[in-house]
Design a protein around this ligand. Sequence first.
Ligand code: ARG
Length: 488
Amino acid sequence: MTVKSNRDNPAASSGTSKKSGADSPAARSGSNTMWGGRFAGGPAEIMERINASIDFDRRLYAEDIEGSLAHAAMLVRQGIIRQEDGAAIERGLRQIHREIEAGTFVFSRALEDIHMNVEARLKEIIGAPAGRLHTARSRNDQVALDFRLWVRRAVEGLEVELKDLTAALLDLAEPHAGTIMPGYTHLQPAQPVTFGHHLMAYVEMIQRDRGRLVDCRRRMNENPLGAAALAGTSFPIDRDQTSKALGFDRPMANSLDAVSDRDYALEYLAAGSILAVHLSRLAEEIVLWTSDGFRFVRLSDAFSTGSSIMPQKRNPDAAELVRGKTGRIIGALQALLIMMKGLPLTYGKDMQEDKEPTFEATDSLALCVAAMTGMVRDMTPDAAAMARATRNGHLTATDLADGLVRMLGLPFREAHEITGRIVRLADEKGAALWDLPLSALQSVEPRITAELQNVLSVESSVASRTSFGGTAPETVRQAIARARERYL
Ligand code: ARG
């Protein structure tokens, strides 16, 4: 029953032929073959242009055919159409699928959308029985089904792509579980952390994204087919049969809801938008890290671009584009939310506008995830540059304050005050905290010992952060091992 989709088939998205459909009887009389019965005249040119969705919804061809095959098989089993007609319909639909994949199918704008393009061609191939396929079905439940199947595949595909990104992040984090860099708040040096720990933050973010996709797939996995136009049908259909054939958990419980629901696309785009924000934040860090002020990582020639005027430049364009495309993805979510918000039940043609933003966001998401995976696999961290950066900003001031509490039993507020005075002293001398001689520390607080002075190195600082989820190299190694087990 399932039909393989070839979404990237260029033939399936080639230009619409103007001449196609022009020789059909209805087209000759000017009205539509599929619903032209009560119409005497054809549409205005502008009507056809605003109404037609075939230029973009042809991307639903595999789902449309898959849904029709399941519907026709059910109609046969329920005795609603004859076995021979069902067989002819199946044969014709499979031929159409091959034609579209091969790029020989001629799409017609006069036939509005993918549903009517397929049905019209079916009639050309098998003749009269084609007219029986649409029994107990409407384009409303048909498009609800096709789009849901398409989004379901997009969700599944994205989740797999995120698994690749997770593996890339883990592979980079592992050898750098102990590579020390400054951790920042407000983009001001805060406390030393390890590069591996920093990357593992993104691993966690990406797992939440995957969780949102899995969750959204679970909720969307109900079958709208059988709702017909909006009210259900008087034919003795079996919605459990089509649900099973199409991999749904169950039929949707309410026919009005079935044709008017687009929550699945909204949830997918919401999850995609949050993911895009995560990718954008990492992209921004890559832009910073590759800049001259940081030099924490280097991207190879494969992921850098040059300037047409400044020969010395190496620009992180891919990271900037990941950051930049986030706007479109969030825009797609906004477009759908706003399109849906005032619609009375059930279907409204406004809902045809759900597809282009969803398709475009899907393409952008795939591109961004792949580019990010590529950059993560490509980048070479510069541990020496990170170590140099840890010399600025008195990153271990908190360790000194904590040490004063732990070793001398001071209240934290007092320890904070003493440490602040020592930081000022270091600044006056133009020295790092750990370069101050013990005598200088003792000039501020006489009870400071050599043992206490040891907490000032960045190495001992990170090594001490052994709390669960902390940045101690050993703790990070354990987190990576756990993540490999749970996430890959
Ligand atoms: N092309 C339409 C869409 O994408 C298909 C459904 C049309 N239904 C209708 N009643 N006109 O929404």
